[in-house]
Design a protein around this ligand. Structure first.
Ligand code: F6R
Length: 241
């Protein structure tokens, strides 16, 4: 694992965006795996800025997002499809028909997880998978569990995730209880992984991810078995090292 230390959130966003930008420049038709949440928002802003200045071209890029809340549609401002449109896709020259997010409104969750897994597998190998880190060690919405979930699945969110994500909703009761997420195996197939982590609240878990045992109770610890992982973290997130 390569760890790049950033001063703060803005510096983390700049450094991580430089990595994404290099992938887009070197392979203009790359498939990128994308994440939502507060961690990548700054990085997305930098990419938007570079695209506006003509420094980056997303016209041939394909994206697949990690996850989506069950029950929320694209028009719901808490859905991850809405998040991606609002924070990135609406502001860059990407062909939206090549941006994939699980369908939160799917009537049959089992069919939806199969459909999404097959879709991701049908794409060319992912050049880069972007990840945030949950306070409980989750990646995507793969929560601590006795085993690492392999393929796209429908999960019950952990109480600590509901607590962490309630800031985006009117109350904790409004946070959906279930989500679709790429599996750990799906994530691990990416050629390269980039994880962005900031803030003191993530310091303990980041330390465990990097230094503790590889354990499905700390889902992100599996990344230690991946051949090409870069973590860009700010000083606060690295304060336990
Ligand atoms: C989001 C996702 C989650 C987040 C994680 C951290 O698509 O897959 O794993 O990356 O919950 O969220 P933030 O960045 O809001 O702290």
């Amino acid at each position: 694992m390569k760890i790049i230390k950033a001063r703060d959130y803005d510096d983390m966003s700049l450094k991580a965006a430089a990595i994404v930008a290099s992938v887009v420049t070197l392979k203009p038709d790359a498939v990128l795996g994308l994440a939502t949440g507060s961690s990548p928002i700054g990085l997305y802003k930098v990419l938007i800025d570079k695209c506006r200045k003509g420094e980056l071209d997303f016209s041939q890029i394909t994206t697949a997002n990690l996850d989506e809340y069950v029950g929320l549609g694209p028009e719901d401002d808490q859905s991850y499809r809405y998040f991606m449109n609002h924070n990135l896709f609406d502001h860059i020259n990407i062909d939206k028909s090549r941006t994939f997010v699980p369908n939160g409104l799917a009537k049959d969750p089992d069919a939806e997880v199969r459909r999404y897994e097959e879709l991701v597998r049908s794409l060319p190998e992912m050049e880069l998978q972007l990840l945030g880190l949950g306070v409980d060690g989750h990646i995507g919405f793969n929560e601590p569990a006795p085993v690492f979930p392999e393929v796209t699945n429908c999960v019950e969110l952990d109480p600590s995730t509901i607590e962490a994500n309630k800031r985006f909703f009117a109350s904790a009761d409004d946070v959906p209880r279930k989500a679709f997420t790429m599996g750990i195996g799906t994530i691990m197939r990416a050629k390269r992984i980039l994880m962005v982590v900031n803030g003191e609240a993530k310091a303990d878990i980041l330390y465990k991810v990097v230094n503790g045992p590889v354990d499905p109770m700390v889902p992100a610890s599996i990344l230690r078995f991946h051949r090409d992982v870069t973590i860009v973290a700010d000083e606060a997130a690295l304060s336990k090292f």
